[in-house]
Design a protein around this ligand. Sequence first.
Ligand code: FAD
Ligand code: NAG
Ligand code: NAG
Length: 423
Amino acid sequence: MSPARRIAVIGAGAAGLCAARNILSKPHFTPVVYEGTNHVGGTWFFTEQTGKDEYGIPIHSSMYKNLRTNLPKQVMAFPDFPFNKSLPSFIKHTDVLNYLESYCDEYKLRNHIEFSTLVEKVEPLEPDNRFTKWEVTTYHVSTKQTSRNIFDGVMVCNGHFSVPRVPDIEGMSDFQGRLLHSHEYRSPQDFENRTVVILGAKSSGTDIALDLAPHSTKVVMSHKGSQFKSELPSNVEERPVPLRFTQTGVDFVDGTHIECDVFMFCTGYKYTFPFLGNLVSVDNNRITPLYKHLINIKYPTLSLIGVCCIICPFPQFHCQVNYAISLMDGSAKLLSEEEMLEDEKQDFQARIESGLPPRHAHLMGHRQWDYNNDLADLGGNERITDNVRLLYDLCHRRRTFNLMLYKNDEYDLSGAGNFYKVD
Ligand SMILES: Cc1cc2nc3c(=O)[nH]c(=O)nc-3n(C[C@H](O)[C@H](O)[C@H](O)COP(=O)(O)OP(=O)(O)OC[C@H]3O[C@@H](n4cnc5c(N)ncnc54)[C@H](O)[C@@H]3O)c2cc1C
Ligand SMILES: *[C@@H]1O[C@H](CO)[C@@H](O)[C@H](O)[C@H]1NC(C)=O
Ligand SMILES: *[C@@H]1O[C@H](CO)[C@@H](O)[C@H](O)[C@H]1NC(C)=O
């Protein structure tokens, strides 16, 4: 019988809870979850606070007051833990937090979480050993005590929607209105009777524009994509990207100008792993060396859960966590360092050849289904059902053509092998 294996899990958001739950389900494995805040749920924990908390630590959550999910609960759920039947398909952020808390209670995860404990450093004990043990250094935010503990594996679940990415735009420092990033957005009441320019029209940019519209005088969505195919509120308009700021507004690249009170960056976030030192590097939004966007190639007992974007997050976390565990318990075949490097290289090249820019190294979208299946098959674990993909695709089309109403749709995935939409 193999000795107990202790796995450090960094973060108690959806990914970290999923890691803890699945580690606990394996004989001889135990998790220790380190969570910097005093609660579970990660970004689903709404707080009015922005900037820094009482310990001087940057606020992690990017949640805003009126957020309803942009995916239906049926495709958001972990495959082994459905949302409450009585909830509508598109739910409030508080419902998601409740769900994660129930998951935590159902699988008795709380005893395994060390709250208010920030991971400061993760280091291999034997740098030349592929199966090295790990030393994890933590810092308790209120007692200020530092601790070191030894683990057999580490799962990094620190999220990647917390550190804003802000492009440099000419004249930005001259602008006298309010500049903010969507990370600090909380409520449309703060923008009553304002003209707001939003840069970026991905999920946050469009969702915030619709949230602001009933309150603001005018909302301008500035973006470089193609024009929206959906009707928009009458006070929301599209413009191309900014050329420069003036003191009181923005000049756009098409030569037009707008006077505005607020400019909001919905320009995404950066990957940061300050505690990993040079175990990984992040270059132009690409994290290396990672096999399957997940496994550290030099040290396969170190994994990064949840780095992909444009996905159904919870189902993918489930696939990733279980594959990483299968490698650690020996039920999945571990490739050599060279084989994994080759796979990483080919994955990246295939993306470039298909026309993706290098900064989309971890973008999934339609690629997520084969990827999830691949992980399930490699680890000998169950696949995510096809219904999740079918419903995801259906919602995507609904959203494209009816941005204002798609969240009112109700779906039902409970039928055996089929699903339908109830109008
Ligand atoms: C505004 C917004 C809307 C979204 N809407 C949806 C949606 O509708 N549907 C959907 O499925 N997904 C949505 N997402 C995606 C969401 O990020 C995922 O659903 C999921 O919550 C990510 O979980 P995570 O555990 O990877 O990260 P997080 O939830 O960010 O959790 C990471 C945790 O790690 C902790 N942590 C970080 N660093 C350290 C450290 N050094 N030491 C200790 N602890 C640390 C943090 O405190 C945090 O608790 C949305 C995201 C945002 C920002
Ligand atoms: C589901 O929600 C209903 C209504 O809020 C509640 O009464 C019920 O207890 C919930 N069920 C579970 C399993 O949590
Ligand atoms: C916004 O404008 C309306 C109509 O002019 C006015 O009634 C309201 O008080 C204004 N709200 C704020 C917060 O200025």
